[in-house]
Design a protein around this ligand. Sequence first.
Ligand code: NDP
Length: 323
Amino acid sequence: MRAIQVRETGGPEVLAPVELPDPEPAPGEVLVELGAAGVNFIDTYQRSGVYRMEVPFVPGLEGAGTVAAVGSGVTRFSPGDRVAWAQTSGSYAERVAVPADGAVLVPDAVSDEQAAAMPLQGMTAHYLVASTRPVGHGDTVLVHAAAGGVGLLLVQLAKARGARVLGTVSTDEKEHLARTAGADEIIRYTDADVAEEVRRLTDGAGVDVVYDGVGRDTFDASLASLRPRGMLVLFGGSSGQVPPFDLQRLNSGGSLFVTRPTLAHHIADRAELEWRARELFDLITSGRLDLRIGGRYPLRDARAAHEDLEARRTSGKLLLLPA
Ligand code: NDP
């Protein structure tokens, strides 16, 4: 099968198209014929060595496709079923061995592309607004990189729950996308003082929650944008990781909360995984959640997808398609 392999961590050029033997489904796994693989910012951390990986490895954590074979002990799925998954290494490949317990059945009305665009960014946006700090009517939230993959979904889910949503973006086009997704106010964080703008837009109050996946470049402004007892949800570092900081700042900032959650701890339980997937698939099939596909690349061009993602040229979801 064709796949992308990283033999040595580094820049996007280390994403090499290769021929590999088809994987065998181990006990508890299903072998999936890939329909589409999702590209996520975390793939760039693994490729570059920010997150340590054993080399060589096939990157990619997420995808959707059709079950071709099942390993021993699998009763959940049969050949021909369409499935999607979020946490399986080796997804940049024509065939992927996926643990059955981590996969979900895809409804007929959802395409492979939609299904591959949902798991990682969709379930992240879901746990951030539904579990980390349940958001509802009366809340004002700030979403950084509001036109990104997680960002566009966070804006829509927070709006659907009744919140007022402020978003940050870097370009006109991204501003348009974030507003179309439902953002009430947009701040150009490349030009403006974010905390000052947030105070102006909230009559000095600050926001209840900041969802910050940008990290190093936004962290200070995120803390300064909160109302007393507000929560900073740091869920990534697309601009770099946040250095250690003085906890006393939470006191002087107004009894603030900071948390650093990750998806794995929010879908480890099978019932929780199915709940999040079901809610998202329902929103997609009823047209209430738009999974914007911002770029489709042939699998062999994974390098171009990473270059575009890291250069801030992308919006929404990026997919790799087997040629
Ligand atoms: P995005 O599509 O959001 O891409 C990153 C965006 O970040 C860019 O488009 C850009 O938007 C913004 N950005 C700001 N500064 C930089 C910079 N210096 N370099 C690159 N981009 C920058 O990616 P994802 O949706 O895949 O992921 C978003 C974040 O969420 C990542 O940090 C990722 O690691 C994290 N994440 C965390 C999870 C968790 O459970 N903790 C799960 C999934 C994702 P703009 O041009 O508007 O500034």
